[in-house]
Design a protein. Structure first.
Length: 540
């Protein structure tokens, strides 16, 4: 009896192994089918061309790992669940002291005086550092240099040929506070609580100044200037396209549709609060902080401290989220390193959640006014857009790309549309707000040409297909080179999916309705929810 059971068990195990091998072979065949050949047909149906670019060989299909449809194994969960993670606030060194920032409560105000005497009387307070101390020690503004861009992308330039107006971003200002939450002093104490008490005791005499609360208001000639020495709030005023040809196309257009839209200001809000620990030993600085790129941080911290790059070390272990706000250094990264040199002890700082909302990098805050000209058949004649984007009170990020959002809109506004002419104007004013660099890239074209297709019915059939640019490597009207494939495929698939087996569901005749029924259980409590969708139309 036992032998028979053992034989049956062995048969089952062998059967399972055989079926597992068959499934593996089937998966491999499907993977080879998905990746068959190192060639791809272009959208026009031409000859196949290699996938490899620049002579870089591709792996053969049989060499492809079987990863499609397979789960991705996580390796960090065990360590993090055991509490073995190491975030910025977990770094602690012997003899460290704590820093707290004194921040401006005004969006735009002149700093008349700073009195640190009341804070110095609080037990545990070691020092109160201001912008005057930073300037005396030779601290420089945060570096703001161009980032090399793709040669196929549009590089914006001011319409009058002048350079972008890039004001300095000092770590502690001495003349004015230019946004709510800007640090104007730093208190160092033996404990974090003593540092907070000292920051509350610092007395600062502000003279509030008028400020523009809306991005469009900041572009007015009589708007309050954030930087009076520049002479204007407009730091970028660029045009991309052929404005005279666009004006002529709009004059002869049969249909003109318009849209004005606004992208609200946002910030990243990662789970981990911003923090930094600065150390100075033997002529070298070490900064422990969550970072999206320690090499870039090291370069920028060294530039602000005025020391060579090899004199700065940046350490980042686990990062509790970024969402773009860990891409650039902040004044606090420089301040903790500078304070560590002055006091000869490690200096630690951690922001509160309210500080992060005010001082973490913001983004977007873009207003776009778009117009589209069409002929009687629905062909695109010209596209025109005026974009106004807030960049905040200080320069941050990529000046050569006109603060990111403007640059990306120029690349994509006309890159996937068949249109004869295009003109995009970009204006980027300074405002008394937190710096607003490009936090995260936008991976899809702007929605204006999709949302303003409210054209008359005779010009509507096939409009979405005709407007798409299907040539790979085509140069858009803005000058950007577009490398896309099968741009019309999703639209074609959507049209086919909308067809019913007994006929086509037309928009005017299609009436969807959904009803949810709830069956009652004991005591009238809902036991189960059921939903039924009824499609009413031709052939339904």
């Amino acid at each position: 009896m036992g032998a028979r059971h053992a034989h049956a068990l062995g048969s089952r195990l062998r059967g399972r192994a055989r079926r597992a091998r068959q499934r593996a072979r089937s998966e491999l065949r499907r993977a080879r089918h998905r990746h068959q050949g190192d060639h791809r047909r272009d959208a026009a149906g031409g000859e196949a061309r290699p996938l490899s670019e620049g002579g870089v060989p591709r792996r053969r299909p049989q060499e492809l790992p079987l990863v499609i449809g397979q789960p991705v194994r996580r390796k960090e969960d065990d360590r993090l669940l055991r509490g073995a993670g190491c975030y910025a606030d977990d770094w602690n060194l012997p003899g460290q002291v704590y820093a707290c920032m004194v921040r401006s409560p005004h969006a735009h105000a002149t700093i008349l005086s700073i009195s640190s005497a009341p804070a110095a009387k609080i037990p545990g307070v070691l020092a109160v550092l201001t912008g005057t101390d930073a300037a005396a020690d030779g601290l420089k503004p945060l570096p703001h240099k161009p980032v090399t861009v793709n040669p196929h992308e549009v590089v914006l330039k001011n319409r009058d040929g002048s350079a972008f107006k890039i004001p300095p971003y000092v770590v502690l200002p001495t003349d004015k506070a230019r946004f709510v939450g800007e640090a104007v002093a730093m208190v160092i104490a033996e404990t974090a609580m003593a540092a907070r008490d000292g920051a509350d005791a610092v007395v600062i005499d502000f003279e509030p100044l008028p400020s523009a609360t809306k991005t469009v208001d900041a572009t007015a000639p009589d708007a309050p200037m954030v930087w009076s020495d520049i002479g204007s709030n407009i730091c970028v005023d660029a045009n991309v396209g052929d404005a005279p040809a666009v004006d002529a196309a709009f004059r002869r257009a049969a249909h003109v549709v318009r849209l004005e839209t606004t992208l609200n200001r946002v910030t990243g809000v990662p789970l981990e609060l911003r923090a930094a620990l600065g150390v100075y030993e033997n002529g070298r600085y070490t900064v422990y902080t969550p970072s999206g790129g320690v090499q870039r941080f090291r370069t920028d911290v060294a530039g602000a401290l005025g020391v060579p790059e090899d004199a700065v070390r940046v350490v980042a272990r686990d990062v509790g989220g970024s969402y773009g706000v860990r891409n650039y250094i902040c004044p606090e990264h420089v301040l903790v390193a500078w304070a560590a040199r002055r006091l000869g002890r490690p200096v630690k700082w951690r922001a509160e959640r309210s500080e992060c909302f005010l001082t973490d990098d913001h983004s977007r805050d873009l207003r776009a006014q778009a117009e589209l000209a069409l002929d009687a058949e629905g062909n695109f004649l010209a596209f025109r857009s005026t974009n106004t984007s807030n960049v905040g009170a200080h320069a941050r990020g990529r000046p050569a790309r006109a603060r990111g959002a403007q640059q990306h809109h120029a690349d994509l506004a006309l890159s996937r549309r068949r249109t004869s002419r295009g003109d995009v104007r970009h204006r980027a004013p300074d405002r008394p707000r937190c710096p607003a660099p490009w936090l995260r890239p936008r991976g899809a074209p702007p929605p204006q040409p999709d949302r303003i297709l409210s054209v008359p019915e005779p010009a509507r059939p096939g409009l979405r297909q005709r407007r798409l640019c299907g040539d790979a490597g085509a140069r858009a009207r803005t000058g950007a080179v577009v490398h896309v494939r099968r741009t019309a495929a999703p639209v074609t698939f959507a049209r086919q999916a909308a067809r019913h087996r007994h006929g086509q569901l037309h928009r005017a005749e299609y009436r969807p309705s959904a009803r949810a029924r709830r069956s009652r259980g004991p005591a009238g409590r809902p036991r189960r929810r059921r939903a039924r969708h009824d499609l009413v139309g031709p052939g339904a």
